[in-house]
Design a protein around this ligand. Structure first.
Ligand SMILES: NC(=O)C1=CN([C@@H]2O[C@H](COP(=O)(O)OP(=O)(O)OC[C@H]3O[C@@H](n4cnc5c(N)ncnc54)[C@H](OP(=O)(O)O)[C@@H]3O)[C@@H](O)[C@H]2O)C=CC1
Ligand SMILES: Cc1cn([C@H]2C[C@H](O)[C@@H](COP(=O)(O)OP(=O)(O)O[C@H]3O[C@@H](C)C(=O)[C@@H](O)[C@H]3O)O2)c(=O)[nH]c1=O
Length: 256
């Protein structure tokens, strides 16, 4: 039986993991929400690990509000860099393998081709910079880790592009969506399945990229969402070249 701690358990990916792990009898998974375990609280983490005997920690905890991170970067760095550093230190001490989730936004988006794990990150916004610092802390501190970069996560849980577009469309709002970014929408349920398979196979080292293997623009993705819900005839979807946003985002963040 493998004992696994999941941090940030009430977020999107955490909830996808909560949905599937009960059917894996070889895993004993302990889920901790931000209220139950704050990764910026060193003593709290220590207390969880001293009692825990965890073989693995899957870190789903993060500050993911890209717009707000640009306005108040301190909170993003506190969670995405310092919080991750805390986890890396404690995982090392208790011989726990850390599986950490990172993002396509560590890249600057200027490449004409998909980004591989060999490409050098160069984030262009505070969220991406804070996530890259988290990656670096893990690499400096640990040997037993897996950093999985993914992109454009969506699911039925929480606030993400999919649920936002659907909510707007169902409320009858006309949509205006940027076609200025290219990336890989990834169903968080698929990532959850991949993570569980990794735990079972004990196959967990270094940096990886995981996506659903097709790329499109946010505009294309919005169109797909409308079609899936048979809303394409009732809602007007407009291509937007100047969607109002405070933050620079990578133009191409397709991961290979
Ligand atoms: N969403 C996306 O499109 C993508 C996400 N990722 C990465 O995937 C991972 C999972 O993302 P996702 O599930 O979508 O994100 P969510 O924002 O849905 O979930 C993140 C969770 O982390 C929790 N959290 C925030 N601060 C802390 C803290 N100090 N201690 C413990 N928990 C905390 C949040 O709790 P609370 O709500 O209470 O603040 C929330 O439940 C993250 O690392 C993210 O960077 C990568 C690529 C794309
Ligand atoms: C809701 C909406 C967004 N947009 C634009 C804004 C943005 O450029 C893009 C996507 O919107 P979002 O708010 O989902 O963008 P964003 O928060 O940048 O999404 C990112 O989140 C972080 C956590 C990641 O790690 C990334 O992989 C990526 O998923 O679409 C529109 O053009 N029209 C709309 O109606």
């Amino acid at each position: 039986m493998k004992k696994v701690l999941v941090t940030g358990a009430n977020g999107q990916l955490g909830q996808c993991l909560q949905k599937i792990t009960p059917s894996y009898k070889e895993l004993n998974v302990i889920f901790k929400s931000s209220k139950e375990l704050d990764i910026t609280d060193i003593l709290g983490i220590e207390e969880a690990f001293v009692k825990g005997n965890f073989n693995y920690c899957i870190n789903c905890a993060a500050y993911t509000n890209v717009e707000q991170a640009e306005k108040t970067p301190d909170i993003a760095y506190k969670v995405n860099a310092e919080g991750v550093k805390n986890l890396a230190n404690v995982c090392k001490r208790y011989n726990t393998t850390l599986i950490h989730i990172s993002t396509d936004y560590v890249f600057d988006g200027e490449k004409d081709e998909p980004y591989t794990v060999k490409d050098v990150p160069n984030p262009i916004n505070e969220y991406g910079k804070s996530k890259l610092l988290g990656e670096k802390h893990i690499q400096e501190i640990m040997d037993n880790y897996c950093i999985i970069r993914t992109s454009w996560l969506y699911s039925e849980f929480g606030k993400n592009f999919y649920t936002t577009i659907l909510k707007k469309a169902k409320a009858g709002e006309n949509l205006s969506v940027t076609d200025e970014q290219l990336g890989c929408p990834t169903n968080a349920n698929n990532l959850a399945l991949y993570l569980v398979e990794k735990l079972i196979q004990n196959n967990n080292f270094g940096i990886e990229h995981f996506t659903d293997d097709y790329s499109c623009t946010w505009f294309d993705f919005a169109k797909k969402i409308l079609i899936e819900h048979e809303l394409e005839k009732t809602v007007q979807l407009r291509r937007d070249k100047n969607y109002r946003t405070f933050v620079r985002r990578p133009v191409n963040s397709v991961l290979l």
